[in-house]
Design a protein around this ligand. Sequence first.
Ligand code: KG4
Ligand code: ZN
Length: 341
Amino acid sequence: MKPVLILGIESSCDETAAAVVADGRTVLSNAVSSSEQFHAAYGGIVPEIASRKQLEYLEPVLIAAMREAGVTPADLAAVAVTHGPGLIGSLVVGLMGAKAFAYTHDLRLIGVNHLEGHLYANWIRLPEEMRPEPALPALVLVVSGGHAHLVWMEHHGVYRILGRTRDDAPGEALDKAARLLGLGYPGGPIIDKLGRDGNPRAVEFPRALLPGTDDFSFSGLKTSLGHYWRKTETGGRAPVADIAASYQEAIMSVLVDKLFRAAERLEPAQVVLAGGVAANSRLRILAEARAAVDGIPLSLPPRMLCTDNAAMIAAAGYYHYLRDDFAGMDLDVNASLPLVG
Ligand code: KG4
Ligand code: ZN
């Protein structure tokens, strides 16, 4: 049977991405351009810069994705596009591009929630990988620069939010810490790398376990780092690698603890990690160790597919396609699009 080819388009933040994925699992192309370097001087994303760069990058990225995949628009079954949540100006560019592409080539349009896209990175198989497809129902932790969601995935497209962050997202907490420590932007990958040479027990940071709820909180931790930084201005400060490792440990240990406590209670067929922070090496090590002890199967997405990309949007789009869940040309962007509802 001919594979179902979906063109995915992602533009929710500072990445402009297009990809062609076959049957929701085989990546034929995965083009990503990022405006990250233009935000570095500001220590965080500047929405106006992000949307301008989306406009500049979209066409070349689309052309690259089609060329790399070696397909023509006539080979495609549909165009899947992120329509939220994210930065409104950035989202609009991707959606308009997707609509224009779909209209011009007489293709159907699929609207994908960005968080759903992250989750579907787990269904993609890279050529050298032998991972089985995640089993359902799954307990999914989506952790990124803007989100920390604990999600119950009953079936494809059927989700229930069990918990979320009450303040900062884990990626945001890492990015803000890196700014304070003068390490650059984005902080997540920098702290990940630096933390490998540091002692995670050097500095005692608070761990907000919030018993009795599946919610998360990371703003106290950020405040505590600020206190520590000021207190040690005149001496007694641990090496920056130790501070980074300890701070990272406080975030990752809480994520793993809360995730697996919920898993013990709810007994999913699979525990799944997703989102930019799922690329974190310490989180992956801690989660793998805990999964082994608890005897719960764990799915980790390929590291390169954790941060924003369009292959994950095309993969999610494939399951919409199977359900005949298409959008009309009136599909709109929604900066705070909920996963459920
Ligand atoms: O999923 P993503 O690309 O964008 C959002 O949807 O937010 O996630 C970006 C976030 C940033 O906060 C970045 O610092 C973090 O993911 N991140 C990491 C790593 N790589 C990216 N955090 C920890 N360790 C990493 N290796
Ligand atoms: Zn994302």
